[in-house]
Design a protein around this ligand. Structure first.
Ligand code: SF4
Length: 698
């Protein structure tokens, strides 16, 4: 029998997992000896109206788990042993300074994450450039949003994930969901799409698998993995040749249309059908559905974006938006559905190798000068552009980076070609990992620091709509754990740079971020914690204190200097690996409902892990039969980079030439040991979503 509660309290918080950032109530029942926690939905949440998915309902579990890291731990003779914070900070100072002195400032690097708050993302960028003075900083968001961001920047001149608020989804008369499985990845926003459908909207899903999202589809195009741009070329042909374009919009708001039209005139629908494995009639039907609709929204996610041609793929979808003039109006626009909790804000404030806060560019002289003045450092001391996340791993492998600090990320699970990543990290002379648990990456670290869970942390998150929300701390830190932003300040202090990192709370960091972002494309200057809390968040850009924020983008002009959007003629590119006699199947990867990213939090949540305890390879029954696999049996899956054993799950919902494996596990079950590390030339997004594999009973 459980002890009676002596104190009961309820606090408002936000789910730490996906980009919807559902708000919820954390209930704490204190007894004499323990605290019991539970979560209930917040019915007053204007975005989710009180919906939570299974992850949200268990979101407290990992944060209050006894296995959380509670003390700094130093590796001695292969084992981690507790040390004091003073010792840990002294060691970081000595080791990083020695590496910088011996090998130069760029011999140390920083690797961040897309679940950090805006304040921590901002601070991490400043920490790398001011405290460590290294050009090497990047983060796992490179694998999340970089292709869509690159495409939006090139086409629209600015990158905000959703150009319209979710409340406008029901206004759309046609919606294209390309490579996005909302039903499992962002389940609580499915309601908007169901409502749209009730109002007569046609929904087209483009995906090699018949995912749970197809339950709301009027048309499902089961495209061959890696052929999205070809499919859109076919749809553009129908849109242009059947007169579904908006000439007035094209003339007034865009440039480059004639080059696109010329390119599309040479596209053959028969060839597109052969490449994509979609019948010409279905391509035509899809294009007509979108072309005829008065209003329309196009959404893409990682299925389209995680390719070595990710930017080109997304740009072609944006071509479709522009030729039909379906943007900048109610129910008309584009959305890149962010995956990570702060996938949007995490990429705006300087964690990327080429960016400074507010989407300023690190190689732009005026941008450098402005940020240097905000930070109080000489512009010439600001490091130059570094390299992307996976390229940092390659630089480590080559011995160019000798020391690394990782905050809130698990790169040995989440990078492509994960075996190289593990090999590289083992070569580091000094690896510091700040995390909640002893993740696969923390197991390689020389020093592990206990960071903060979302319930203990304070700061802002910019969810998928571009809405900035404040998250307050609602429980104390366990043991000697510290707030992530505080740890960065403490390290900076130990390294003699404390004067640049004097903050009493997250709000003070935010107020500096506001100034740093002022005049940039992601302008937060007009936001304050007070305004954000009173209004359930605000949409950027918000350039002045009285500004209402910008729920819908591009009503009058785009982000380029001339105000025009840019068309791009997109040539279809073959995936880097096609099938061959030795590797006859295509592998694609993604998420399952119960898990988040590399699984550090959700694999440590028994209620979630028990429902989906290991990765399973989804394969068509006919394909499995031909190989000799049975449901629940084991298969050996091998690519040119590695080989792992997986449990078999038969599903007639996947293409016969393709298998699907979720990416939330490490070690011998890490599917990223097989994925391809070819990179997009613009965004440096790896080709996670397609590579060729051999499959044997195993
Ligand atoms: Fe909401 Fe996403 Fe959390 Fe589910 S995982 S409760 S959809 S924020």
């Amino acid at each position: 029998q459980s002890e009676p509660a002596v104190k009961v309290s309820t606090s408002r918080t936000e789910c730490p997992y996906c980009s919807v950032q559902c708000t919820m109530n954390l209930h704490e029942e204190q007894t004499i000896r323990v605290s019991r926690y539970s979560i209930s939905p917040n019915k007053a949440d204007p975005v989710t109206e009180g919906r939570l998915c299974v992850k949200g309902l268990q979101a407290h579990t990992h944060a209050v788990d006894d296995r959380r890291l509670r003390y700094p731990m130093r590796r001695l003779l292969g084992r981690l042993s507790p040390v004091s914070w003073d010792d840990a900070l002294q060691q970081i100072k000595e080791r990083f300074e020695a590496l910088k002195e011996t090998y130069g400032p760029d011999s140390v690097g920083v690797y961040g994450g897309g679940s950090l708050t805006n304040e921590e993302s901002y601070l991490l960028g400043k920490f790398a450039r001011v405290a460590l003075q290294t050009r090497y900083i990047d983060y796992n968001g490179r694998f999340c949003m970089s292709a869509a961001a690159g495409a939006s920047n090139l086409t629209f001149g600015v990158d905000r994930g959703l150009t319209n608020p979710l409340s406008e989804v029901p206004l759309a008369k046609c919606i294209i969901l390309a490579g996005t499985n909302l039903a499992e990845c962002q389940p609580t926003i499915m309601q908007y799409f169901r409502k749209a459908r009730q109002e007569g909207c046609k929904i087209i899903v483009i995906d090699p698998r018949e995912t749970a999202t197809c339950s709301i589809a009027d048309l499902h195009l089961k495209v061959r993995p890696g052929y999205d741009a070809a499919l859109v070329n076919g749809m553009l042909k129908v849109l242009i040749e059947e007169g579904y374009t908006d000439p007035e919009f094209i003339e007034r708001r865009t440039s480059g249309y004639s080059e696109l039209a010329e390119h599309i005139s040479k596209v053959s629908l028969t060839e597109v059908a052969e490449l994509t494995d979609i019948a010409p009639e279905l391509i035509t039907e899809a294009a007509r559905m979108y072309g005829r609709a008065e209003t329309g929204l196009v959404f893409t996610a990682r299925g389209v974006e995680q390719h070595a041609s990710g930017v080109a793929n997304v740009r072609n979808f944006l071509n479709m938006v522009l030729v039909t003039g379906k943007i900048g109006k109610p129910g008309c626009g584009y959305g890149a559905v962010t995956g990570q909790a702060n996938g949007q804000g995490g990429r705006e404030h300087g964690q990327k190798a080429d960016q400074l806060p507010g989407y300023r560019m690190i190689e732009h002289p005026e941008h450098r000068a402005y940020i240097a003045s905000v930070w109080g450092v000489p512009e010439e001391e600001l490091p130059r552009k570094g390299v992307s996340a996976y390229e940092m791993m390659e630089a480590i492998d080559r011995g160019e980076i000798k020391g690394l600090l990782i905050l809130g990320s698990n790169p040995v699970v989440s990078n492509p070609n994960a075996q190289l990543v593990e090999k590289a990290l083992r070569k580091l002379e000094f690896l510091v990992v700040i995390d909640l648990f002893e993740s696969e990456t923390a197991r390689l670290a020389h020093l592990v620091l206990p960071g903060s869970a979302y319930l203990e942390d304070e700061g802002t998150i910019t969810q998928l709509e571009g809405r900035v929300m404040v998250r307050r701390a609602v429980k104390p830190l366990p043991g000697k754990a510290r707030l992530d932003w505080r740890i960065l300040c403490d390290i900076a202090d130990a390294m003699g740079k404390g004067a640049f990192f004097r903050y009493r709370n997250a709000e003070e960091i935010f107020n500096e971020l506001r100034i740093a972002s002022k005049g940039g494309k992601a302008d937060y200057y007009g936001m304050t914690y007070d305004r954000l809390e009173r209004q359930h968040g605000m949409f950027w850009p918000c350039p002045e204190k009285g500004h209402p924020g910008t729920p819908r983008m591009f009503g009058e002009s785009f982000g380029h200097d001339d105000g025009l959007a840019r068309f791009a003629a997109v040539e279809h590119q073959q995936p880097k690996e096609g099938t061959s006699g030795k590797y006859p199947y295509l592998l694609t990867t993604g998420r399952v409902l119960q898990h988040y990213l590399s699984g550090v939090q959700t694999r440590n949540t028994p209620e979630l892990n028990s429902k989906y305890p290991e990765p399973m390879m989804e394969i068509h029954p006919d394909t499995a039969g031909a190989i000799g696999l049975v449901n629940g049996g084991q298969a050996q899956v091998t690519s040119r980079r590695g080989s792992i054993r997986l449990k078999v799950k038969l599903s007639s919902k996947i293409r016969q030439d393709t298998v699907f494996v979720p990416f939330h596990w490490g070690g011998e079950q890490c599917i990223n040991r097989l994925t391809h590390h070819a990179l997009d030339p613009v965004s440096r997004m790896p080709e996670f979503k397609v590579c060729s594999v051999a499959i044997l009973p195993g």
